[in-house]
Design a protein around this ligand. Structure first.
Ligand code: PEP
Ligand code: MN
Length: 370
């Protein structure tokens, strides 16, 4: 349920009254004071008619019940202003800043890892991508360095001062629970958990990530549409899962989405990425949107254009696969980029991002009908 009003039509006392009623009925609230509207989101699986009547009695709020069983917490309707996720460096992702996450597809030897980390830092990246474990389509492909690769995370952080994003997945030699897995990644100094395409609907993992407050980058599954990805995000945001939503409770509000392309028959790209996903998602969700121009194109020669196109379409950041000598990368060498290309994308991408800031359509609360 949402209580919405134009700014100036409701007072602080009205908001406090809404909070008091919510508390009385065991419901949570999310107050969002935007530039033109005040929205109080009411959190709870079941809202009694009596509670609704009391909310309606407050005054100038317009009260709307949202459709049940969808993605309430991820929606713009519930949370109109853009979510900003603060990283340990103070850099904020979303809400008008551009974030570049760069690093190797998979870690190799320390000399290259260090060189890649410095390359990312010098080009102006905000986050270092470090992948010791690699999910692969074929079980015979290179699967990453394993746990020994994690030791490089602390070294690379010391070298650059950048926060690290790492894909979380169950290693082959372990039988630990998703909760223990999340904890173990945290112990290695991981700052952002990436959920890869192959785990986009691994609900046990999504639920475990709802119990931390560290940021999560959720990539869309290869067969998923944008709506399905938003529902995946809702698992993390809500903490709800299981029969009767028995695993309910507070979730993790720090979710970013990553558009990485979906399966489709084409010779032009690896996983076709419809650029309209970006404005579509922006209208529907307040969560930051990151674009992946590598797994979608599969070809380093097409990465710059698609990266800049994604920024033009309104992403809040890019995830970039880099290598000092791309041909020597242990995975995804065909789509990895070198130092010059990285620098170009960051420099020109930043200009495009600045140029599109004045666009009238940046107002994501624009009505559907004009
Ligand atoms: C990756 O980021 O290297 C990766 C494997 O991506 P995805 O999960 O989107 O395939
Ligand atoms: Mn890759």
């Amino acid at each position: 349920m949402i209580l919405a009003a134009d700014k100036g039509k409701v007072s602080g006392a009205d908001i406090e009254a809404a909070k008091r009623i919510a508390l009385k009925y065991g419901l949570g609230t999310n107050v969002d004071t935007g530039t033109t509207k005040v929205v109080v989101g009411i959190k709870g699986d079941f809202i009694l008619q009596q509670a609704e009547d009391e909310f309606r009695g407050i005054g100038n709020f317009e009260v709307t019940r949202l459709t049940k069983g969808s993605y309430k917490l991820a929606s713009r309707q519930f949370h109109p202003s853009a979510t900003e996720i603060e990283l340990p460096t103070g850099h904020k992702t979303g809400g008008g800043t551009l974030t570049f996450m760069a690093g190797q597809c998979s870690l190799d030897d320390w000399a290259y890892v260090k060189e890649s980390a410095i390359m990312a830092k010098e080009a102006g990246a905000d986050v270092l991508r470090m992948m010791p474990l690699k999910p692969r389509t074929s079980p015979y492909s290179f699967q990453g360095l394993g746990w020994k690769g994690f030791e490089m995370i602390a070294r690379a952080k010391q070298e650059t001062g950048l926060p690290v994003i790492t894909e979380i997945l169950m290693p082959e030699d372990d039988t630990i629970s998703p909760q223990e897995l999340v904890k173990r990644f945290e112990e290695f100094g991981v700052d952002i958990y990436q959920v890869g395409a192959r785990n986009a609907q691994n609900f046990g993992l999504l639920h475990a990530l709802s119990k931390t407050k560290k940021p999560v980058l959720l990539k869309n599954g290869t067969g998923q549409n944008a709506e399905e990805m938003l529902h995946g995000a809702e698992y993390i945001l809500s903490g709800a899962w299981g029969p009767g939503n028995s695993h309910n409770g507070d979730g993790n509000p720090n979710v970013m989405l990553c558009a990485r392309g979906s399966s489709g028959e084409t010779t032009a790209s690896r996983f076709p990425l419809d650029i309209a996903w970006v404005p579509y998602l922006r209208q529907r969700t307040h969560l930051p949107i990151i674009g992946d121009p590598h797994h979608s194109t599969g070809d380093w020669r097409n990465v710059t254009d698609v990266a800049l196109g994604l920024i033009g379409a309104g992403v809040d950041g890019l995830e970039l696969e880099i290598h000092p000598e791309p041909r020597k990368a242990l995975s995804d060498q065909k789509q990895s980029i070198g130092p010059k290309q990285l620098e170009e994308i960051i420099t020109v991408g930043t200009q495009i991002f600045a140029a599109r800031k004045g666009l009238a359509l940046e107002d994501s609360s624009a009505p559907y009908y004009r």
